[in-house]
Design a protein around this ligand. Structure first.
Ligand SMILES: [Ca+2]
Ligand SMILES: [Ca+2]
Length: 416
């Protein structure tokens, strides 16, 4: 029977040694705190001599300290670099720049630095040499550009071209990791005096990326018919949101205008359009034309042509007559827009232009011709612009979402 007990006692015995081991400690270390007891237990369980355990602990603590120190050093270095860069950029701005630039840079730091959607400002120059038919566009510098890269910076460069011609596109050098690049580059474009008045200089600021698509930061569009060429132009301008469409491939529209002051009638005849943009899957569009009048920049009257199915060169010859007095005509804007009709989805804007006393270029010429030739219809072709571009120039857009109320108020205002 004792022989029977021995084997069963073995695991029990093993267990009992475990017990005695654990119970022995309270006896031997009655003065130790519970935490010290726990560590003492832990150390006794590790199958290594005590000195080796202490050595490993020591090494781990030293390693952690070294890592912490490294992180601190890296953080300090980054902050110093940032400060240095800001100082360098400021120094660049101070060296050899005009006083206007200095004043502007201070203003911009207060104004634009804090605003959320600011794209930055750019300084450019324009000069026209009539004898050589040369337009010289200078890209001077930019400041407070929008940071688009992960490190809170950008790699800016500028693309310059003349629209609608766009035969030559020039680019500045890329400036790495700065929001205040000083480009100081000049580009020459061959441009006759007659085409100068119909042209727009486009300056687009991009962020360079080696392995991904370059991102547009902002752009400037300057209609050259508005420029006073008696002086060399050098000025700062705030970068605008880039337009979604290029204005040179939206097509053209032809319409005639006739104003009869004695009868207070303005007649718009939408004749035809050509080279319109295809908006539908089959490579075509279903265009119709909206003829809209605004009085004092408020939506006033609106008419539409019929829809021409599947055509990029539609012919309408549709006439619309509005009651407009001689007093009103000075305050009227005529907005012509081409839309693609869609049976299932929302209709899309394909292009737009506006005419009126404060229109520019070709549009102003047509309007002036109409006014100086009363009772005679004057027809002209116009290049369509993007709706976005026209809306931003005309600044009607804020009042457009609530048309019914505004029509009422404008009529009320007018009847007074
Ligand atoms: Ca970049
Ligand atoms: Ca359609």
């Amino acid at each position: 029977m004792p022989s029977h007990l021995i084997p069963t006692a073995k695991p029990g015995g093993y267990h009992s040694t475990n017990l005695t081991f654990s119970t022995s400690s309270p006896y031997t270390n009655t003065t130790l705190s519970p935490a010290a007891k726990f560590f003492d237990d832990l150390l006794s369980r590790i199958p290594l001599p005590r000195w080796a355990v202490y050595a490993i602990f020591g090494a781990v603590i030293v390693l952690i300290l070294i890592i912490c120190l490294c992180i601190c050093i890296i953080c300090c270095c980054r902050k110093k670099k940032k400060k240095k860069k800001v100082k360098q950029d400021n120094a660049k701005m101070l060296n050899g720049k005009t006083t206007s630039a200095l004043i502007q840079s201070d203003v911009a730091e207060v104004d634009y630095g804090s605003t959320k959607d600011a794209r930055g400002n750019m300084q450019y120059s324009l000069e026209y040499n009539a004898a050589l038919s040369e337009l010289i566009v200078g890209i001077k510098q930019a400041k407070n550009l929008k940071a688009v890269d992960l490190g809170g910076t950008s790699d800016p460069y500028v693309k310059v071209y003349i629209s609608p011609d766009k035969t030559k596109t020039c680019e500045t050098k890329v400036f790495r990791a700065t929001l205040n690049p000083v480009f100081n580059e000049h580009f020459t474009f061959q441009l006759s005096k007659s085409s100068l008045l119909k042209s727009t200089v486009v300056m687009k600021v991009f962020d360079f990326n080696r392995f991904s698509k370059h991102e547009i930061i902002g752009e400037l569009r300057l209609e050259l018919c508005n420029v006073d060429w008696n002086h060399v132009i050098e000025e700062w301008q705030e970068l605008a949101e880039p337009s979604k469409f290029e204005e040179d491939n939206l097509g053209e529209i032809c319409f005639s205008l006739r104003f009869v002051p004695t009868a207070s009638k303005l007649t718009v005849v939408i004749l035809e359009a050509k080279n319109l943009k295809s908006m539908d899957v089959g490579g075509s569009s279903d265009p119709y034309v909206k003829v809209q009048l605004a009085l004092d920049k408020r939506k006033w009257k609106k008419r539409k042509t019929s829809i021409k199915k599947k055509s990029l060169n539609p012919y309408y010859n549709e006439s619309f007559t509005f009651d407009v007095t001689f007093q009103q005509i000075q305050r009227v804007h005529l907005i012509i827009s081409v839309w693609d009709h869609d049976a299932v989805s929302r209709n899309d804007a394909m292009g737009k232009i506006f005419l009126g006393c404060d229109a520019t270029g070709n549009q102003l010429r047509h309007w002036a011709d109409m006014l100086s030739n009363p009772r005679r219809p004057v027809a002209q072709w116009h290049t369509l612009l993007s709706a976005q571009q026209v809306n931003s120039t005309l600044t009607l857009k804020k009042k457009l979402p609530i048309p019914s109320r505004l029509v009422g108020t404008s009529q009320l205002k007018h009847s007074k």
